[in-house]
Each structure stands twice: as C-alpha cells, then as structure tokens.
Design a protein around this ligand. Sequence first.
Ligand SMILES: [Zn+2]
Length: 163
Amino acid sequence: MDPQIIPPSSYLLRMADGTVKQINPFTGTEVWTVPRRGTRPRNNVGQHGAPIDPARAGAYCAFCSGRMLETPPEKARLVAASEGSFQLLRDLDAESLFATEPEFRRVPNLFEIVSYDFWAKNFGYTMPDEYRSMIAEIVRLVDGPLEISAGSELLDELKGRTH
Ligand SMILES: [Zn+2]
C-alpha cells in the first residue's frame, strides 16, 4: 500500500462547534478534542462509600427506575414477556415510560463524545420533528405536573434541543 500524503492544511482543524481535529502527519493518527467533555460532572471524586438508605430504593441515581425522566430521552427498552422472553419497545413517549417496567433501558449519553452540537453546527443536522416533540413532552412533564427535580444540566440541554 502506498503511503498516504496528508496535506499540512489537515494537521489542525477547528470546527464550528469547537471540536479540534489534529492529525499526526507521520502516522495518520487523528485526535479529536471535543468541547464540554472536560466539564462533565465528576462529583463522586474523593467521596467514600456510605450506607444505602432503603427508603430511597429505586431512586438512588438517574438510572434507577424511579427517576426515568432524568436521563436523556430513552431510545429503547426490553420488558419481560412470556416464558423468559423479552419484548423490545422503542421511542416511547414520556408518559408511556411508566406503563411498563423495563428490564433494560437504552438511553443516550448526556456527555457524548460526538455531540448533537457537533452534527448541528458542523453539518447542519436538524432534529426530526418526532424527536423534537418527544423532548418537548419530557421537558413539559419534568417542569410541570410531575415536579421531578431533574439535573438542571439535562433540562437545559433538552430545552436547547426543542428550539
Ligand atoms: Zn440507580
């Protein structure tokens, strides 16, 4: 295989969302430095373990079944069906999240490496109306009747995506 010549103009690229792409001209190794990754929460650093409060069962963290609106919008879940089998449910609306008990949930990473902003600001991605209204419904429920104290970062992120 012929060696690939990497033009100097590709060594360092700053993208519209702030992502910096660097290419090593000798090896071709590409490194991306993505904005916001360094600011993701690390609030358990230095903390020591503590007894678990049984009164908070099902609501210890944002991934617990009692706090399903505190994750980014769920993409899919598995629910127990008959005789050890599972049913796959996708893109449930916010109110339907509580109609079944998931054995497994798949949710996006709030601090993803390649973010929504990366695709929106660099490549003009726009969210499908179906997802925009799903997010608006979650924001409405969290802000309104359910009175759930979601992490403000998640709520701000979701509100930013409904415009
Ligand atoms: Zn949990």
